[in-house]
Ligand binder design. Structure first.
Ligand code: NAD
Length: 266
């Protein structure tokens, strides 16, 4: 089996990365940064987001596992004290694969510019480049509302505990192939009106945003912010691809939610 390790880059994560790498080589696994079967991310959720984007062109062939060197992460759920156990599990046991849905984002441009396609593991956010975001929101090809406000956040189920949660969105179990649209400070008065509630769309429904006047936007894909100019539309839907996590022990999603946000005491 071929493996790669990505580190957050701090000294604790780097030390752990070197230790795991040498243990796994002792077990005669092959280190291959280009075509790994398994990618071990050492750091936090941000490190796993980085690893996901690095290997997003081979999601059907690569599984991910996360070790955290800070606080418990959603994707990084192994602690440094467990790495010997984890190394033996990777080297010796056939692991279970858990698949989580991803978000597909397609940005189309005015004047016939080539469209761009992204995959997000957590979410994509759209904000005005310099002023209030004003966009028409279409759902499944039908006009839904004209949004005015700070922005919109479209998240995956596993990303629903990240930015989406801070916006008052619901937490979705990642076994649901769905996306969630959450508002950031919408303007609501007698003139302007938005739904005001987060929306959860199934896999066969598309959410499309169309500029009203201004066509330049600040669009994030997970941790990556990009300025897009002359945008014609931004389309969101559940991607055909999925992320695959290697599971070596049960760690149910709702337990992770409780441990992270309520209490880690039994
Ligand atoms: P960061 O280092 O600022 O991390 C933000 C925090 O989000 C970390 O504590 C991380 O553990 C947590 N996080 C990431 N993914 C999560 C998930 N799926 N469930 C629960 N918590 C999660 O930034 P980063 O490491 O570059 O991560 C980028 C992410 O930060 C974005 O995808 C976005 O979700 C999140 N973010 C959150 C807010 C907010 O909550 N107000 C604002 C901006 C970005």
């Amino acid at each position: 089996m071929k493996f790669a390790i990505t580190s957050k880059g701090d000294s604790r994560s780097n030390t752990l990365m070197h230790k795991m790498r040498s243990y796994l080589l002792d077990f005669e696994l092959v280190y291959d940064e280009e075509e790994p079967d398994i990618v071990i991310s050492v750091g936090g959720d941000g490190t796993l987001l980085y690893a996901f984007h690095r290997y997003s062109s081979r999601l059907d062939k690569t599984a991910f596992v996360g070790v955290h060197t800070g606080h418990l992460g959603f994707y990084a759920d192994w602690v440094p004290e467990e790495i010997e156990k984890l190394v033996i599990a990777i080297a010796k046991t056939p692991y279970q694969i858990i698949e989580y849905p991803l978000l597909e984002v397609i940005i189309r441009y005015q004047h016939g510019g080539k469209e761009t396609r992204y995959l997000a593991l957590n979410e994509s956010t759209v904000k005005g480049a310099e002023q209030t975001l004003v966009m028409d929101v279409e759902i499944r090809g039908q006009h839904f509302e004209r949004f005015r406000g700070d922005g919109l956040c479209i998240s995956t189920p596993s990303g629903s505990t990240a930015y989406n949660k801070a916006l008052g969105g619901a937490i979705l179990h990642p076994s649901l192939p769905a996306i969630q649209v959450a508002e950031m400070a919408s303007i609501n008065n007698r003139v302007f009106r938005t739904i005001g509630s987060p929306l959860i769309l199934p896999a066969h429904h598309t959410c499309m945003l169309k500029p009203v006047n201004e066509a330049d936007f600040q669009i994030t894909i997970d941790h990556l912010p990009l300025l897009h100019k002359d945008v014609k539309s931004i389309q969101f839907r559940v991607a055909d691809e999925k992320i695959r996590f290697a599971r070596f022990r049960p760690f149910p999603f709702w337990k992770r939610v409780r441990d992270s946000f309520v209490s880690d005491k039994d």
